[in-house]
Design a protein around this ligand. Structure first.
Ligand code: NAP
Length: 281
């Protein structure tokens, strides 16, 4: 197996990959935007060597691009002069279709991927060991992706303890719209609706009474706004489709409650109770 890895973007995901790959015997070269990040990465054992120039990755057999989504394809363009003919390049972006479309045009040995692990923290300090253990690692090859590229990334993700899934970029984006991007918008709308209460004493009381139910349902709507904006920008069609189907379901519930249709309301709630475990296996 290839033993020399390059990582661009030494933040939460890139840094965590570096920690795990070094502990499994890989030589890791890291590139990031800020010199301070590179220094911390070496001090923390994320990379054997780290610097600001992509030239540092000329010896890498496999390169992980772990920058914010907007910088992934531009980074690959800048990397190309330093790549050997068969260097495998992957990314970790949370949306796949636009990235894979652009990057697979730029580099034959590109395979899109998405390790579905994270924390609420960002940056090199947030990097942690074993972040990917038991987490889904989705590979999104296209019909033209060389099998060897997919196979090598799968081997590495398996070494990290992740669970491998393979699908098209389009299927990935449609699926994550349901289980990741829609919940952020629904949860944000929930918090927003609560703050529209006009009676100051009621809203104060509600804040004091809020407990585990509100904590669970509001958590993803109270996070980093950049992530929500990124989802809306890069997975717009799928997110809009999920949101409008969600609005239909809300309208249906409103209708049953207005009509005091206890049986239908009960049927929906029984059915959602049966379906939920299927999403949490
Ligand atoms: P992050 O902690 O902010 O790390 C990104 C790092 O990239 C920053 O620390 C920054 O390093 C560096 N960077 C930014 N622009 C760069 C550029 N042009 N060239 C080189 N380095 C650059 O973010 P993250 O959470 O790791 O997310 C990175 C990627 O992982 C994103 O594409 C995201 O979609 C994906 N992802 C995130 C999660 C999650 O839960 N957070 C989960 C799965 C996948 P400096 O400190 O040097 O500026």
């Amino acid at each position: 197996m290839s033993k020399t890895i390059g990582i661009v973007g030494l933040g939460l995901i890139g840094g965590s990959l570096g920690l795990d790959l070094r502990s499994r015997g890989f030589q890791v070269y890291g590139v990031s935007r800020q010199a301070r990040t590179c220094q911390i990465a070496v001090e923390r054992g994320i990379a054997d060597e780290a610097g600001l120039s992509l030239e540092l990755l000329a010896l890498a057999d496999i390169i992980f691009i772990c920058t914010p989504i907007a910088a992934i394809a531009p980074t690959l363009k800048q990397l190309i002069p330093y790549l050997s003919l068969n260097t495998i390049v992957t990314d970790v972006g949370s949306v796949k279709t636009p990235i894979v479309q652009e990057c697979s045009q730029l580099w034959d040995y590109f395979v899109g991927s998405h390790p579905m692990a994270g924390t609420a923290e960002q940056g090199v300090e947030a990097a942690q060991k074993d972040l990917f253990v038991n987490a889904p690692y989705v590979l999104t090859p296209t019909t033209t992706t060389p099998a060897i590229a997919t196979q090598k990334i799968e081997e590495i993700a398996t070494l990290l303890g992740a669970k491998i899934y393979t699908c098209s970029p389009e299927q990935h984006d449609r699926a994550v719209a349901w289980i990741s991007h829609l919940p952020v918008m629904v949860s944000a709308a929930l918090i927003d609706a609560c703050t529209s209460e006009t009676d100051a004493s009621v809203i104060e009381l509600a804040k004091q009474l809020a407990s585990s139910g509100f904590r669970d349902t509001s958590r993803v709507g109270g996070g980093n706004p950049e992530l929500g904006v990124m989802m809306a920008e890069y997975n717009r069609e799928n997110l809009l489709r999920s949101l409008s189907l969600y609005r239909d379901r809300l309208d249906r519930l409103i209708q049953y409650i207005q009509q005091e249709d206890r049986d239908r309301l009960n049927n929906v709630l029984e059915s959602t109770g049966r379906s939920r475990p299927d999403f949490l296996t």
